[in-house]
Ligand binder design. Sequence first.
Ligand code: ZN
Length: 173
Amino acid sequence: MGPDAAQRVGKIYGSNHGQFAPVTSSLDSPIWVHSSAVHGQGVFATRHIAAGETVIEYVGEVITMAEAIARHPHDAANPDHTFYFHLDDGRVIDALAHGNASKWINHSCRPNCVPDEVQGRIFIQTRRPVYKGEELTFDYGLFSDEPMSEALKARYACRCGAKKCRGTMLALR
Ligand SMILES: [Zn+2]
């Protein structure tokens, strides 16, 4: 893949895949990382989690969009896979080096969690009760500067298995 292509895909941000680190204390962490049926690794509930509970903060290095594009891709062999989370003010959280378990949370079109941005920080909260052993997911809602096309959707294909799966992790707006 040439530098031009890398630049293009560098404008897509989402979050994906890291190591284990609880949001509060390791003694009461409600989650753990394990291999997932959805994709690679996933994050699972170790106990019942009530609706509206913050399970983890999406942490990492907060960088500018220009820096994020310069760092992309994290993995040349898998350029569409990033550890970025896009903030409302245009900055990006890069979880590659300083992330925690949150970067392993998989996408779902019918997720049980939702990211909540509070003053430039991202907290992953449950949007319904989650049972012990369930995999945690949120909707990545990825976006791209490229025109929407079937090829672009396919590059970010979703296999979440939800009845109303939209077939892609891109936000279709
Ligand atoms: Zn889906």
